[in-house]
Design a protein around this ligand. Structure first.
Ligand SMILES: [Mn+2]
Length: 423
């Protein structure tokens, strides 16, 4: 057997690794070179410390595809256990204090109890996500359904979710509709749109002032001929009809192939209507893979637009993960997703914007491009590790998680998760 190219590092406690190792030295080198370039490293670290990522309750449970769900041992059996796992991710990464919930998957008798449980774990409930795609009644749609009785039922569920949001202390109602048609001629595009605006208008008018409504679009699936909110323009124009607290949510998996998502993000930012993100990544369709796992450069370019907008206005944007972890260990997948987001944001913060602007003004096409590549090529892992330590989290969260024995402990306590939390 040939000798390994890289010698195994001696096993050290993670604290020792963080302090004396290559990471500490690498951080020193990186911060020196950034300082030499005139980067205000304290400011960059401050921005990284204030980054927030919301984890989804459904990302901790058993999920799958339409072909199969592969149960994993130790997955949460109820919303309380999902919050416990989310707290673990927050403890290790330092930037995930909120958890999105899904009704009815996370339905409980006592929502204020759920809120208190979250708070006891150092968390808050984030976006409330209604479900209007599982009931047989919704075969032809929910808020766009031709039958007013079905639209009433769908609207009532949305109103129930407004009440849930108030009870759990959430300020985001996050909506995705499976509504659409499968065959040409099946229904009127325009009548369906009017039905949606009417139902959402009723919901919007009951929302307390501090609640925001996010509208998510998707080009196809489950509908295959047309979708009622198929793209950012369809979502934006409905938001404009509803009011200022209705904003567009961009799910990275919900675009036709080759759509320039960073351009969509820039447009929505410029309209002041980018309300939130569902982070994930895809190779083909709506694959819900770990964010940054397929196209990290695209993720970086999206953050470049976001950083620019942060500097122009302080408008709130909710950064949420929306993934299904089918074959990968769920907590490790969530932690990796968060660290990928920390790294993408860090790289975007390192872009030399003055150099970009100068190159643009001079018509230096590749000068501007290379200024982005320089930031993208930076190894920001030591910087992110240092920021996590400053937050009281872990320099190497996956290593700490694996060494902690948490996965084994919950596997023993919870056993098979019985497909909890995913329909
Ligand atoms: Mn989504």
């Amino acid at each position: 057997m040939p000798a390994p190219l890289v010698r195994e590092a001696p096993a050290l406690e993670w604290e020792e690794r963080a302090l004396e190792s290559t990471e500490g030295r690498a951080y020193g080198c990186l911060s020196e070179s950034l300082a030499a370039r005139g980067v205000d490293i304290d400011r960059v670290e401050g921005r990284l410390r204030s980054q927030r990522v919301e984890t989804p309750s459904w990302g901790f449970g058993d999920t799958g595809t339409r072909f199969a769900v592969f149960p994993q041992r130790g997955v949460p059996r109820d919303p309380f256990e999902k919050l416990a796992d989310a707290a673990r991710v927050h403890g290790l990464t330092g930037v995930c204090p909120t958890v999105a919930i899904h009704i009815p998957w996370d339905r409980v008798d006592d929502y204020s109890g759920l809120k208190e449980h979250a708070e006891s774990l150092g968390l808050r409930i984030g976006a409330v996500n209604p479900n209007l795609f599982q009931e047989p009644d919704y075969k032809l749609g929910s808020v766009c359904h031709p039958d007013p009785a079905v639209r009433r039922q769908a609207t009532d569920h949305l109103l129930e979710c407004v009440e849930v949001a108030v009870e759990v202390g959430s300020d985001v109602l996050s909506l995705w509709f499976a509504d659409g048609t499968n065959y040409a001629g099946q229904d009127s595009f325009i009548e369906r749109r009017h039905r949606m605006v009417e139902c959402l208008g009723e919901v919007y008018s009951t929302m307390p002032d501090d609640l925001r409504m996010l509208l998510e679009y998707k080009p196809y699936e489950p509908a295959f001929y047309h979708t009622d909110l198929a793209d950012w323009g369809a979502a934006l124009t409905v938001c404009q009809k509803l009011g200022e607290r209705a904003e567009v949510l961009v799910d990275l998996g919900h675009h036709a192939k080759e759509v320039n998502i960073e351009y969509v993000v820039a447009l929505l930012l410029d309209e002041g209507r980018l309300g939130g993100f569902h982070f994930n990544n895809r190779k083909y369709g709506d694959d819900d893979l770990i964010v940054g796992s397929v196209n990290p450069f695209e993720l970086f370019l999206i953050y470049v637009e976001l950083v620019g907008a942060e500097e122009r206005s302080g408008k709130r944007i909710d950064y949420m993960i929306d993934q299904t972890h089918n074959i990968e260990p769920k907590l490790e997948a969530m932690i990796l997703s968060v660290t990928n987001l920390q790294e993408a944001y860090a790289k975007a913060l390192l872009v030399d914007r003055l150099a970009v602007d100068e190159a643009r003004r001079a018509g230096d096409v590749l000068g501007a491009h290379r200024a982005l590549l320089d930031a993208y090529a930076a190894d920001v892992r030591p910087l992110c590790a240092k920021v996590r330590e400053d937050l009281g989290a872990a320099a190497d969260p996956i290593a700490v998680f694996k060494e902690s024995g948490y996965a084994q402990k919950v596997a023993g306590e919870r056993g098979e998760g019985a497909g909890a939390g995913w329909g």
